[in-house]
Design a protein around this ligand. Sequence first.
Ligand SMILES: NC(=O)c1ccc[n+]([C@@H]2O[C@H](COP(=O)([O-])OP(=O)(O)OC[C@H]3O[C@@H](n4cnc5c(N)ncnc54)[C@H](OP(=O)(O)O)[C@@H]3O)[C@@H](O)[C@H]2O)c1
Length: 280
Amino acid sequence: MEFLTLNNGILCPAVGIGTFMLTPAEAENSVAQALKMGYSLVDTANAYVNERAVGRGIQQSGLAREQVFLSTKLWPSEYENPNAVNETLARLGVDYVDLLYIHQPAGNWLAGYRLLEQAYREGKAKSIGISNFEGSYLDELQTKWEIVPQFMQAEAHPYFTQSELRKTLDRYGIKLMSWYPLGHGDHALLHEPVFAELAARYGKTPAQVILRWHTQMGFAVIPGSRNVDHIRDNLDILDFTLTDDEMACIAALDRGERYYHRTEAQLAQFAGWRPQFEQA
Ligand SMILES: NC(=O)c1ccc[n+]([C@@H]2O[C@H](COP(=O)([O-])OP(=O)(O)OC[C@H]3O[C@@H](n4cnc5c(N)ncnc54)[C@H](OP(=O)(O)O)[C@@H]3O)[C@@H](O)[C@H]2O)c1
């Protein structure tokens, strides 16, 4: 495994598994299988309503708690809940997480960020992060944080490399964790000729080439999958290195285009939605 060194000295695996849109049964299975195959980073969120299942997947894997880098996210409905962190830990069945995000810059997000800082001070979160805090939200947070976050989780892939955002992140040593690293499975991205060519050159699949590009960009990457073969492939990306020229060819695909266009109206909706958490 390759690791990223965070701005607080903690090491985070470069490759993990994401669990967005996975049902509890799928999440439990994907996480258990992934950890048995050698993964050690798992990403979930309050909003995915599969935290209990992720906890069961970790249990099933037989790995000790400290062998897993577990990442989750507080949803805006929880930002003013003083027990949000404890309730999240209880759902996951752990007494700390390795990384705790606030998921969206919605609602009282500063209260949410203060919960992260408190959790960090109490050892309940070994590192903290912000998710989807691009633009003015990050500008404002920079004037208010007491603890600089270790991660930003944001949409990133070869069509949208977050070149502007990374200038700010680099100033603070904040690492980028890419979501939609495979364009959420987009056919057009996976079938770009450059990936077919590089895949043939290295004996890999286009998806593996894209994921390797992420790690060589210095991003942590958390592809989601419910397919065991894909899960195996997605970890098997560290035995080849793209050259500078090949990285430049991939960079040429950047067209500054997101898949997901968030609006202020959606953020207001996010603030008003409460996940129906799984019952124990
Ligand atoms: N912070 C946020 O707001 C936010 C938003 C979105 C996502 N995320 C996080 O980021 C993670 C990744 O995003 P994502 O899962 O939505 O998108 P993604 O990883 O870009 O793509 C997942 C899709 O790609 C397919 N896939 C996976 N591995 C493949 C492979 N080797 N070859 C071909 N297809 C493959 C999967 O299908 P199969 O199941 O068939 O493999 C699935 O349809 C999420 O799971 C979540 O943890 C965070």
